[in-house]
Design a protein around this ligand. Structure first.
Ligand code: CDP
Length: 211
């Protein structure tokens, strides 16, 4: 079984995906980390992020085992990710890994921007998670503060708005709500309430809430 979770920046889809995967005993992939890692490695090799050849070569040689890097979580990494994510060949290079991951037993939860539309169009359940930009910025700001990363709230909000526009406006696999996706607005929901709501959506869609 495949559960696809998409949504804009800092919508809480990663937290939700992890909670659902734990609950169901499924594998979980934060696909944003793949794009963040490609951008990190392009920069490490001394190339510009919009250098097509360098970005594609880096995506093709990406080692998905190297995603556990605290630096990948920051604002700059997210911003850089959305630049390499515009390149069609970069997306194509990451596609097979994501699809192979999704086919694991007993099931998988993948979160990103194009999971329900491009990576796993046949996913059993698709959830598009949203929240107002201000609420998303507040949550991400709190996350950064907890990690001791000093970033101003205004910077976080501006980054989220700019990244959403870039992700929704690109021609290749833009962030979009799949026609058969279930919408989950978490503006007024705690993590716990969002999790319960997602379990409810899954239950209604496939008839059981997992284990
Ligand atoms: O956690 P947050 O929502 O801030 O971002 P992320 O999911 O880690 O994604 C970082 C960036 O990677 C996004 O802004 C997108 O540009 C890109 N991305 C994508 O294009 N497709 C995906 N499936 C996942 C991420």
């Amino acid at each position: 079984m495949i559960i696809a979770i998409d949504g804009p920046a800092a919508s809480g889809k990663g937290t939700l995906a992890k909670r659902l995967a734990e609950h169901l005993g499924f594998h979980c992939l934060d696909t944003g980390l793949l794009y963040r890692a490609v951008a990190r490695d392009v920069a490490r090799r001394g190339f510009r992020l919009d250098d097509l050849w360098a970005a594609v070569a880096t995506a093709r040689s990406l080692d998905p085992a190297e995603l556990e890097d605290a630096d990948l979580r920051g604002t700059a990494a997210g911003d850089a990710a959305s630049i390499v994510a515009r390149i069609a060949e970069v997306r194509a290079a990451l596609l097979a890994y994501q699809r192979d991951f999704s086919r694991q037993e007993p099931g998988s939860v993948l979160d990103g921007r194009d999971i329900g539309t491009v990576v796993c169009p046949d996913a059993d359940v698709k959830i598009f998670v949203t929240a107002s930009p201000e609420v998303r910025a507040k949550r991400r700001f709190a996350e950064f503060e907890a990690r001791g990363m000093g970033v101003a709230y205004e910077t976080v909000l501006a980054d989220i708005i700019a990244r959403d526009a870039r992700d929704a406006g690109r021609p290749n696999a833009p962030m979009a709500v799949a026609p058969d996706a279930l919408l989950l607005d978490t503006t007024n929901l705690s993590i716990e309430a969002a999790f319960d709501a997602a379990v409810g959506l899954i239950k209604r869609k496939i008839g059981h809430p997992g284990r």
